[in-house]
Design a protein around this ligand. Structure first.
Ligand code: CMP
Length: 147
């Protein structure tokens, strides 16, 4: 059963000429890119999108980072897309990714735990919320629940 997840190439990934490499890894890993959209996020959108982090100390710098340039939003589809995309991007802290997951996308283009180059939904619930946040016409089903 196919599953959808939300992927985002953040401003550092977008500006650092990693776009083509990231797209290549995505396609070679068996994901279909079913939607894609370049957007420039404003502080309001970032605050909504990352609402769960709004009380964290790093939140102001997260807003500054995410509004520093355009991002590419993608809906990826394949069986097990949510956890496979999280595995492919690697740990949040790109410095750890470089050590423990050298083939991950964050090892390739991330800098640290803040500037980590890409985003991926962390659960079916987040995927549903995040996909409909950017693509209102897609209403992802919760296809991964146990039968
Ligand atoms: P992401 O996986 O998109 O989800 C939340 C984002 O907040 C994360 O990537 C980072 O960009 C940022 N973030 C998470 N943890 C930290 C941290 N400890 N310090 C700074 N930024 C962080």
């Amino acid at each position: 059963e196919k599953e959808k997840t939300l992927a985002m190439i953040k401003p550092d990934g977008f500006s650092g000429n990693y776009m083509d490499k990231i797209r290549k890894v995505i396609l070679e890993s068996g994901f279909d890119i079913i939607r894609e959209m370049m957007v420039r996020l404003d502080a309001g959108k970032v605050t909504q999108f990352y609402a769960e982090h709004s009380k964290k100390s790093f939140f102001p710098s997260l807003v500054e980072y995410m509004t520093s340039g355009p991002v590419l939003i993608m809906v990826l589809e394949k069986p097990n897309a949510i956890s496979d995309w999280r595995a492919l991007i690697g740990p949040t802290d790109s410095r750890k990714a470089k050590v423990s997951h050298p083939n991950s996308i964050r090892a390739m283009c991330g800098l640290d735990s803040a500037k980590n180059c890409v985003h991926g939904s962390d659960s079916p619930q987040s995927a549903a919320r995040e996909i409909s946040f950017f693509f209102e016409d897609i209403v992802p089903g919760f296809v991964k629940h146990d039968e």
